[in-house]
Design a protein around this ligand. Structure first.
Ligand code: APR
Length: 230
């Protein structure tokens, strides 16, 4: 019998216990940086070095981090479910924990691309420097979706959520669209869970079960709740 489809939308909170900062918590990244200085196309035009410095540091932090129990617990759900992780995160911790089906809505820090041709994408572990060129002779930039840029993979994500048998949200403030809007595509009659150390607002109509705990503990509870349901 084919496995039931379990779709998980994750955000920075799932990687917090791995030592990676979230964006909007009190010690979050956007406390220390202006979005307009480092994460928009205008920032890139105005001061590309500052943007590269910001993402080179993010890449270093990600390479130093390890998946935590939340990433691992979600990966292990593949034994019982057909799991798709839709993540807003640019780290690769879901993949390193063993998840085999991960869709990155906001890009990947371990990739870079031509600033002109978005199809020219390369893997990168070290720093990107000014003057590093793609095959088309154009400057390389982080493979990241910046604010004010389109989110091309949302088109793939919507039908995945629509077809879910179970829907889970972990560690996102649900304030950045279009990613946050994905919750509205989950069928009304399927089991839904949200895990966050501080549950963000969702409409009561969603009928979503809240697990207000850090991601590692929350995923452990989720796994227990789902046990026997596959
Ligand atoms: N366990 C569970 N949840 C946590 C934990 C933890 N240990 N630590 C923090 N959280 C929760 C916070 O309560 C918050 O709801 O994680 C969420 C983090 O929210 P944000 O910092 O806004 O991160 P996210 O929702 O992923 O941001 C979305 O915004 O800046 C852009 O592109 C960036 O992908 C990012 C997008």
């Amino acid at each position: 019998m084919s496995k039931k489809k379990l779709v998980v939308l994750t955000g920075a909170g799932v990687s917090a216990e791995s030592g990676l900062k979230t964006f909007r918590d009190s010690d979050g990244l956007w406390e220390g940086y202006n979005i307009e200085d480092v994460a928009t196309p205008r920032a890139w035009r105005r001061n590309p070095q500052l943007v590269l410095d910001f993402y080179n540091l993010r890449r270093k932090n990600v390479l130093e981090a390890q998946p935590n129990a939340a990433h691992i617990g979600l990966a292990e759900l593949e034994k019982s479910f057909d799991v798709t992780i839709i993540t807003q995160n640019i780290d690769d911790l879901h993949e390193r924990a063993g998840s085999t089906n991960v869709l990155h809505l906001h890009g990947e820090i371990l990739k870079m691309r031509s600033e002109k041709d978005h199809g020219l994408v390369y893997e990168i572990k070290g720093d990107i420097k000014l003057g590093d060129m793609a095959e088309d002779g154009q400057q390389l930039r982080p493979h990241i979706v910046w604010f004010e840029e389109p989110v091309p993979r949302i088109e793939e994500a919507i039908p995945i959520v629509r077809n879910a048998d179970y829907f889970v949200v972990v560690g996102t403030s649900l304030v950045v669209y279009p990613a946050a809007g994905l919750v509205n595509y989950a069928p009304w009659n399927i089991p839904k869970y949200i895990i966050d150390k501080r549950i963000p607002y969702t409409s009561e109509l969603m009928n979503i079960k809240a697990i207000e705990k850090p991601a590692s503990e929350g995923v452990r509870e989720l796994v227990a709740l789902l046990d026997g349901n596959s």
